[in-house]
Every structure is written in C-alpha cells, then in structure tokens.
Design a protein around this ligand. Structure first.
Ligand SMILES: Nc1ncnc2c1ncn2[C@@H]1O[C@H](COP(=O)(O)OP(=O)(O)OP(=O)(O)O)[C@@H](O)[C@H]1O
Ligand SMILES: [Mg+2]
Length: 356
C-alpha cells in the first residue's frame, strides 16, 4: 500500500505531463500536469481518449505512435507542432506484464518550445560568428592587392601622358578602389577583436582628438561646430581608438546630413554624465540641423550596408560598426531625428570602472 502511494506521489511530482494509455487510446491514469495542453476541457481523464483529453481532437492524432509501439514492442517518439507555436516532444514507453506482453504504454510529453527557440538562436549566432570570421579573413586578404591597385593607378595618373578618356577610366579605378578599401577597413574593424586592452579613457579627450583630426574636413563645408564638454566627466574603461572611430562616424554622418542645408549648418557636440537606475553612463551627443531621418528608415540605419548616400559616398557600415563598438563596451547608441529638422546621436558608455 505504501509503495503504491509512493508511486502515485512520484507520478504527481513530475513536472511534465505523463499518461498511462491502453491500446485503444484510453487514459488509464495521468498526472496533474496537463493543464497547458490544448485539450484540457474534456472532463474526466479516465473516461477519455488521449487524443480528445490531451490534444482536443475528435479522432486519433495524425502521427500517433501508439499502434506502432504495441506492434513493435519498443519505445517510440514523435514531435508535435501546434498552430499556437508550441512544440512538444512525445515519448512512448511500453509497459510489460510478467508474460512479456504489453499491457499499457507510458506517454511522456515534454514542452520543448523554449529549447527549440534557444537552439535556433545559438545556431544563428554560431553562423554569424562563422560569417564574421570569414569576412575578416577575406577583408584581410583583399587589403594588400587593393592597395596595389589604387597605388599603381594613382602613379599612372600622376605620370600623365594619357588621353582624357583613359584618365577618366583611371579615375574610376581609383575611386572604386578607395570605396573597396573603405569597406574592407570597416569589415576589419567590425570583426576584429581589437587586441589592445581597455584603458581609462576620457570621452572629452576623444572628442577633442577626433576634432583635431577632422575639424578641417568639416569646416571646409561651412559647418559651424559648437562644443559643450562636461569638465567633471569621469573616465571610463574603454578602447579609445574604437571610441575615436565612433565619434568620427557620427561627425561625418552629421556633416553629410548638412550638405544640402541652405541655411546655417550646425553641429553641436556635448558630453555629460547620465545617472540612471541601472547605473551611470558617460554620454557624447552629436546633434546636427541637417536633413533628418525618415521614420521608416530609423530602424534600418544600424543595419550593415544600409545607406541613403550614393555609392561613391557611403558604404552603409559606419553606424553598424559604431553600434558594435558601443555594445562591446556595454553601451548603446541612441538616435532622435526629425525629418527636415535634424538628428541627434548619443553614444552612452557605462561607468562601471571601480575607481570611477
Ligand atoms: N546625422 C544623420 N542625419 C541624417 N541621416 C543620417 C545621419 N546619420 C546617419 N544617417 C542615415 O543612416 C545611414 C547609415 O549611416 P552609416 O553611417 O551606417 O552609413 P553611411 O554614412 O551611409 O556610409 P559610411 O558611414 O559607411 O560611409 C546614412 O546613409 C543616412 O541615411
Ligand atoms: Mg556614415
């Protein structure tokens, strides 16, 4: 009596649905874990067929293995996919009496919906990692021949003595070569695990250094740059060369957005400390009063190769590379934009360095 009770308790303790079935699909017994299954409203399980009580069907389920188990006297398994998106693995185990005849079948149902989702995600990220590695390899291999193509073409151009037609063709070669080089460079940054260690970095210094590099390029387009750097900004642990790159990308995008602005062209750069529940971050914001971004494009701008610029101008990798860098630092890039009014991009890097 005690052992019967123990078995019943064991049966109930299992968190997956378990049923004992006879050969005619009648439920002999089941535990109380069937609530999430689609056929739960069909009354007393012990007077019910499994297909009705468990799955809500009027007839035997399409892939049912019960007959097969009785025939083959061996366990069986099949997967059930419901329209609701749920997936179940169903296992059948024959139970034998002393004469080695099957007198019932244990059915064990396991909800594997989440597990399948995670497996798919893992596979996807594995695939992405493999593609990333391959892209880095290809980019690396292409870098040297591309340098030769551009260099040699430039040398022929410089030497002169060729007719205008050929000079135009050469110029095309150089321009396309430079574009390829830019894509290669971006792919390398994107996939390279930059080996340089993170160090204490001031975002203000990043802004100042980047401006010293490209201010001339931007001012050439009659753009007015205004700065508001927080003097009390704490340092963050970061790879400063990568942060330089993010800032350069944001500034060049702002410059491009201002190109057709007939009025006063302005870029405003600010830094500051932002306190939030999840912790403090240092932020650098680049705001322009350029063309802005259409709402239907705002979700796409971080996608690799999304660009609204002509082929010779943009590769569409700048923001995806920048977001990759921000995320590698535990941070983000946020964007606010109004078409015709301008855009504001904010790089936020968490201050989690213990010394800060
Ligand atoms: N400040 C901005 N104002 C308006 N549109 C922007 C701005 N920054 C980015 N965009 C839009 O997002 C797109 C993607 O930007 P991203 O920097 O990734 O690529 P790109 O600038 O086109 O090319 P690349 O940076 O590789 O030369 C741009 O083509 C542009 O349409
Ligand atoms: Mg860009």
């Amino acid at each position: 009596m005690k052992s019967k009770l123990e078995w019943e308790e064991t049966f109930k303790a299992l968190t997956d649905p378990i049923l004992l079935l006879d050969r005619h699909h009648n439920i002999i017994r089941c535990n109380n874990r069937l609530d999430d299954l689609p056929g739960k409203n069909y009354g007393d399980p012990q007077k019910s067929k499994c297909y009705r009580y468990v799955w809500g069907h009027e007839n035997k389920c399409e892939n049912c293995k019960l007959d097969e188990v009785y025939e083959n006297q061996a366990p069986a398994y099949h997967r059930v996919q419901l329209e609701s998106g749920k997936t179940y693995d169903v296992y059948y185990y024959p139970v034998f009496n002393v004469n080695q005849e099957i007198y019932s079948v244990i059915q064990h149902i396991k909800d594997v919906t989440e597990q399948i989702k995670i497996e798919a995600q893992l596979m996807q990220s594995g695939k992405l990692a493999a593609i990333g590695e391959m892209a880095a390899g290809v980019a690396h291999e292409l870098n040297s021949p591309m340098t030769v193509i551009i260099g040699n073409s430039q040398m022929i151009m410089r030497d002169g003595g060729i007719d205008q037609n050929n000079a135009d063709l050469l110029e095309d070669i150089v321009n396309c070569g430079l574009r390829c080089k830019k894509i290669i460079q971006n792919l390398l940054t994107f996939s390279r695990q930059d080996q340089r260690p993170m160090s204490r970095t001031s975002l203000n210094k990043v802004v100042e250094r980047v401006l010293s590099l490209i201010q001339y390029q931007i001012n050439r387009n009659n753009v007015d740059i205004e700065l508001d750097l927080d003097p009390k900004l704490p340092d963050v642990l970061a790879n400063e060369h990568q942060l330089d790159q993010v800032l350069i990308n944001l500034l060049l995008n702002a410059r491009d957005a201002l190109e057709n602005n007939p009025g006063e062209k302005k870029i405003f750069i600010s830094t500051g400390l932002r306190r939030a529940e999840e912790g403090a971050s240092v932020v650098a914001t680049v705001t322009d009063n350029g063309e802005g971004i259409l709402p239907e494009n705002i979700m796409k701008i971080f996608n690799p190769f999304f660009t609204s610029k002509e082929a010779t101008r943009g590769t569409g990798l700048g923001l995806s590379v920048s977001l990759g860098i921000a995320e590698a630092h535990g941070g983000t890039i946020e964007v606010v934009s109004k078409p015709g009014r301008g855009s504001s991009f904010t790089l936020a890097i968490p201050v989690d360095c213990p010394e800060n």
